[in-house]
Design a protein around this ligand. Structure first.
Ligand SMILES: C[S@@+](CC[C@H](N)C(=O)[O-])C[C@H]1O[C@@H](n2cnc3c(N)ncnc32)[C@H](O)[C@@H]1O
Length: 245
């Protein structure tokens, strides 16, 4: 737990009798979870002489983690060459977007992001289309219009109704033969060692049962192609990759 988190908890304990608490982030909507601050993170990456993706991998995951996850999607979905439309939920620093764009050169890269401080970075991506984000839906994306809909390290901490709502929305917007990919904390991620660390740190991660998630997507016409475990310190999450039948 960081010194800042400890301090916030202490302040909240003091404020509790007044029924007031401080909450990090730009919104009080519980659907919109906070993220690392853009300005500080960009400055730290620059100071370290690393790209944003490299810096976040090194400090919040493992070196090469982003590229490994993108490679897993491309391989499982057999995606090669160019595609028309990619849609990403919660891209944050754009570390996955950069790699996906490098591989697939989409004509349009649709973005649903709730953290306003990261939008200037996201706007610079080739063919970026920043959509209005209500934190729950892909309201500006038509049915069956997207080749790849993906989200990373978002559904590991969003409220259940947000995760499930977005899963249904990804199923709605993906075209036939298109790909949906997202990581969740599934049952295989819940080993004793990780749980012990979660209890120690009072973790905010929210597991989703694997079989239930696969079935939920199957009922919406998507088949599981395979999965890939990705680092989510102090444990891992499972990236599930689906194809619309
Ligand atoms: C833990 S960060 C992961 C960022 C990026 N995908 C990555 O892995 O580096 C979660 C991202 O989701 C965004 N987010 C949180 N709640 C959201 C919501 N309800 N809808 C869309 N984005 C959301 C955050 O602002 C943040 O950018």
């Amino acid at each position: 737990m960081s010194a800042r988190t400890k301090l916030a908890r202490h302040v909240n304990n003091v404020l509790r009798p007044m029924k007031v608490q401080i909450v990090p982030g730009f919104s009080t909507d519980p659907a919109m979870k906070s993220f690392i601050p853009a300005r500080k993170t960009i400055a730290a990456a620059r100071k370290a002489g690393l790209s944003l993706g490299e810096y976040i991998d090194q400090n919040f995951a493992e070196p090469g983690a982003t590229q490994d996850a993108v490679n897993a999607i491309l391989k499982l979905a057999e995606m090669t060459g160019a595609c028309d439309v990619v849609c990403e939920i919660g891209p944050g620093s754009a570390r996955y977007a950069v790699e996906v764009i490098r591989a697939l050169h989409p004509g349009s890269y649709e973005i649903y992001e709730t953290a306003p401080d990261w939008l200037p970075v996201l706007r610079q991506l080739p063919n970026a289309l920043i959509r209005d984000c209500d934190g729950r839906t892909l309201s500006q994306t038509p049915d069956s219009s997207v080749d790849l809909a993906h989200a990373h390290k978002v559904f590991v901490y969003t409220e259940c109704y947000v995760t499930v709502g977005y899963m249904a929305e990804m199923a709605r917007v993906v075209r036939r033969g298109g790909t949906v990919a997202f990581d969740i904390v599934t049952d295989p991620c819940l080993d004793e060692e990780t749980i012990a660390k979660w209890l120690r740190d009072t973790s905010f991660y929210r597991p989703v049962p694997r079989e239930w998630a696969v079935d939920f997507m199957r009922r919406r016409g998507l088949s599981l192609l395979g999965s890939h475990f990705t680092p989510l310190p102090p444990g891992r999450s499972e990236l599930l990759v689906f194809r619309r039948d």
